[in-house]
Design a protein around this ligand. Sequence first.
Ligand SMILES: NC(=O)c1ccc[n+]([C@@H]2O[C@H](COP(=O)([O-])OP(=O)(O)OC[C@H]3O[C@@H](n4cnc5c(N)ncnc54)[C@H](O)[C@@H]3O)[C@@H](O)[C@H]2O)c1
Ligand SMILES: O=P(O)(O)OC[C@H](O)CO
Length: 335
Amino acid sequence: MAVLGSGSWGTTFAKVLADAAPDTDVMLWSRRPEVAEEISVHHRNSRYLGDTLLPGNVSASAVIDAVLADSDLVVLAVPAQTLRAQLPAWRPLIPPHAVVVSLMKGLEVGTDARMSEVIAEELALPPERIAVLSGPNLAMEIAREEPTASVVACPDHDTATWIAAACTASYFRPYTSTDVIGVEIGGIVKNVIALAVGICEGRRMGDNTKASVITRGLAETTRLAVALGGRPETMAGLAGMGDLIATCSSALSRNHTAGHLLGQGLTLDQVTVRMNQTAEGIKSAQAVLDSATKLGVDMPITASVVAVLQGRLSVNDLGPRLLARNLKPEGDHAP
Ligand SMILES: NC(=O)c1ccc[n+]([C@@H]2O[C@H](COP(=O)([O-])OP(=O)(O)OC[C@H]3O[C@@H](n4cnc5c(N)ncnc54)[C@H](O)[C@@H]3O)[C@@H](O)[C@H]2O)c1
Ligand SMILES: O=P(O)(O)OC[C@H](O)CO
């Protein structure tokens, strides 16, 4: 099994795969040789996972050919905006039978493409060989082996079931789904909503505000997912509501943290300097809004976050702007 990207989630997921199948070799690809060396020699990735000890069947290399050779499962865990540029070099090295799984929670800026779509376009794989995994999956908690559930989605149910079996560990329980669109959109938009919640907390607003933004955030996420062809029930599950709750509640979330810093008055440049890990919502917010605009879907929280990120809206005006909108029935599911 190959995991490309040895940041916090790629490394943690390699541990999950290795714990699920102790007799199987799991190889990580690292951009930086020193990270690969630390993983292979010391069984640690200290920059991302502190003193977490990785299983003995996890190793790493900065040489992509060695990592992809003979792999049955190829897991992708690099920042979403960097994926497309890397796939052409990987394409000829991916074994013809291998299944590719995306762990990424971003939408491509400029194309509004989901990561499974980028993979299909650049690797020319059929849908039954592309899957996504998403859910309330804060890497550090999983690295500490705290019980966690997730969702593996693939149009082919048998493939989803095979991947789920491959990543079932004593502390990690994947469910299966065929709703790739819903599972991906849940993971992408919750990052934008977590930015909004973080901003409110940074402005010292309390739990009523937080619950209101989370709940209405789920409503606008569901509108977009359904307009794109996803299923509303997916949004009520782990990849929708579950991930939204985890990300909007946790101090471990990079998106939540970035929002908090913006709410405290830091500029986006200052926040970017402080973040040493990927907060996908910062870039994906614009792509989410572009996608919604094309489909005629109203996403007021996302639009407000984009306005804050672009410096067109002050964090003080975000709440008043959302509350000044026209009144409507709560269950109004019109786009
Ligand atoms: N960390 C989590 O808790 C978590 C959980 C679920 C999903 N995700 C998603 O997984 C994806 C990866 O996130 P992460 O948390 O592992 O990020 P990270 O910031 O911890 O690590 C990113 C990794 O990608 C590498 N990288 C950065 N720029 C690159 C480039 N241009 N080319 C190649 N590699 C590059 C980095 O060196 C690093 O190894 C994101 O889409 C994120 O939303 C993260
Ligand atoms: O740290 P974040 O904000 O990227 O969130 C991590 C995971 O996606 C939570 O499920």
